[in-house]
Design a protein around this ligand. Structure first.
Ligand code: ARG
Length: 564
């Protein structure tokens, strides 16, 4: 039930649109005055009356009903009281009938949303810098599907460029099959780092690497075999992490996939008079738009990251006919995306307006900044592993008798990593702290999970006692129950807003808000010891809470242990 909309549509203020009124409606911090309030000073200018007079008049004409029981004027505010019984019937009824679909809609109507996320680089560490794109993209993927869109997850692999020539050169010189097979990405990264170190004193290495890369491009069998092997090794490792994080992709078409799809783009740019020569390179001039030129071909004729992204965007439009194509990529690439979006627009692609760069901030570890250059990286696998270990220690300390501690620790540890990356507005830089992420009393996933386990325990006990209510009794909720119900009612709107603003953080915040309100209810109100009618109502409310939290957490990719 969207109360703001409902109220706004029934306020009789001459010449003011319901949408404007909806915007003005606020939720007072103290609900004893009302559940919603209209600050009438905002209408004073348009209606040419004092706020006090406006509030009085609007209150007299407001049609109170089943849903809104009162509209009272007080000091220039119009305060609305929600009919608690009505709200409770609505919310609990809706959640318990929609179950795992509570919060879902058919808003998307099957429209396609392409989501480019995670997009790892082959043979390079999957490090903490990829955490946000992976979990943000994974969450948006689930959110859009939940809203009736058809999300297409694309891992735009970084599998093209001279670095692969370098890797082949390094492997041929210093590597061997066993070490690389055993060491995986780490071993490949070591070879790569060694290449750079040796090339400082032996510049001929660079030429060798370029020659190898050329061989890959020309389809030389041995080089391709090595390259594909590197790719396979990387993907096997990366997929283990995707599995832990509950992330999936529909396509792994990476940069090399566009090797034979760039020439038509270059031809089209040329034909449309957009390509210019500049110091031997081919560029699209964007000065008029306040940007440096978009480089399409280097002076040696080789393509660039941007060239491949242009080809990829066109390919995606042709293949998926997307309604929107999102790029979940760090804000460091703001300019890159602005340039390619603009260039596509100049080419006359009217759909260029549907390309969105979903930028996010940096993640670093509290323990110290990372530096990729020197090969001194924080592997995401290590961060997750460490979080699971720490979770295990905490659980073992709090509940040593728990049966499946390993399983629980995994859900808690992985949850903490995901939630830590998703709790704040995505554009903020974040410093990840293991202790904060695993704080049972903080604004954390473990706090939410623990709340769910508490709800499970209440519901299981009721079941053991053989308690089964026929139907949900119509009760007048007390303040704690009412606050919880209002919070629960927010899920559909929260999911919709999360999709619109590309902010899974809204859902993370919903979880904490609901958990806090549930705990207040849990500690202040007896559930199992209450008399029959009240008990049945409170159990239904507990079940509704668990359902809403389960849906919300699973949109983020976080599971819930039944016992903790
Ligand atoms: N592989 C790139 C990187 O790690 C990210 C690719 C993002 N996607 C894209 N279509 N450019 O920086």
């Amino acid at each position: 039930m969207d109360y703001k909309r409902y109220i706004a549509e029934r306020i009789q203020a001459d010449g003011i649109l319901a949408e404007e009124l909806e915007e003005m409606l606020a939720v007072p911090p103290d609900s004893s005055m009302g559940d919603y309030a209209l600050p009438c000073f905002k209408l004073a200018k348009a209606l040419r009356k004092s706020p006090v007079a406006i509030a009085e008049e609007l209150s007299a004409s407001y049609p109170a009903d089943e849903l809104i029981s009162e509209a009272t004027a007080l000091n220039g505010y119009l305060n609305f009281k929600v009919n608690r019984k009505g709200l409770s019937r609505d919310v609990i009824g809706k959640i318990l009938s929609e179950r795992e679909r509570y919060g879902a809609t058919n808003l998307g109507g099957g429209k396609v949303i392409c989501l480019d996320y995670s997009s790892v680089n082959i043979a390079k560490p999957f490090h903490i810098g990829h955490l946000s794109t992976t979990v943000l993209g994974g969450a948006l993927y689930r959110i859009f599907n939940f809203l009736g869109y058809r999300a297409v997850g694309i891992n735009h692999l970084g599998d093209y460029g001279t670095q692969f020539g370098k890797l082949i050169s390094a492997f041929t010189r210093w590597g061997n099959k066993e070490t690389v097979e055993k060491g995986g990405i780490r071993a490949l990264n070591e070879l790569y780092v060694r290449f750079h170190k040796e090339a400082e004193t032996d510049p001929a290495l660079e030429d060798e690497a370029r020659a190898y890369f050329k061989l890959i491009e020309e389809g030389d069998e041995d080089c391709l075999a090595l390259f594909n092997w590197f790719k396979e090794l990387t993907l096997t490792e990366v997929e283990k992490i995707y599995k832990l994080l509950g992330v999936r992709f529909d396509s792994y078409a990476g940069e090399s996939f566009y090797q034979d799809k760039m020439q038509p783009v270059i031809d089209e740019l040329k034909q449309k008079g957009l390509l210019q020569e500049s110091q031997g390179a081919q560029i699209v001039d964007l000065e008029e738009y306040g940007m440096p030129p978009c480089m399409i071909l280097k002076s040696d004729g080789s393509s660039l990251y941007a060239t491949r992204d242009m080809a990829a965007a066109i390919y995606r439009k042709n293949t998926y006919d997307f309604d929107k194509c999102l790029y979940v990529v760090a804000y460091q690439q703001n300019l890159h995306f602005k340039q390619i979006f603009k260039t596509l627009e100049l080419m006359g692609k009217e759909w260029a307006k549907d390309l969105v760069h979903v930028a996010y901030g940096m993640v670093s570890l509290e323990e110290g900044a990372m530096s990729t250059r020197k090969g001194n990286v924080v592997f995401l696998e290590d961060v997750i592993g460490r979080c699971i270990e720490k979770a295990y220690t905490v659980i073992d300390e709090k509940n040593p008798a728990l049966e499946n501690k390993r399983e629980v620790a995994q859900k808690v540890g992985v949850g903490a990593v995901i939630f830590g990356a998703l709790y704040n507005s995505k554009i903020k830089d974040i410093v990840f702290s293991y202790d904060k992420a695993l704080n049972f009393d903080g604004e954390t996933s473990v706090y939410v999970q623990y709340t769910c386990a508490r709800a499970y325990s209440v519901l299981n006990k009721a079941k053991e006692e053989g308690f089964a209510a026929e139907s949900v009794p119509d009760a007048e909720p007390c303040t704690q129950e009412f606050e919880l119900l209002k919070a629960l009612a927010q899920l559909p709107e929260t999911v919709r807003a999360a999709a619109e603003k590309y902010e899974p953080s809204f859902i993370a915040r919903f979880c904490v808000d609901v958990a806090q309100k549930f705990n207040k209810f849990y500690f202040d109100c007896k559930i199992l010891q209450a008399e029959e009618e009240v008990k049945a109502f409170r159990l239904a409310l507990t079940e509704a809470t668990l359902t809403a939290l389960t849906n919300a957490l699973s949109l983020l990719g976080i599971g819930i242990p039944e016992k903790m």
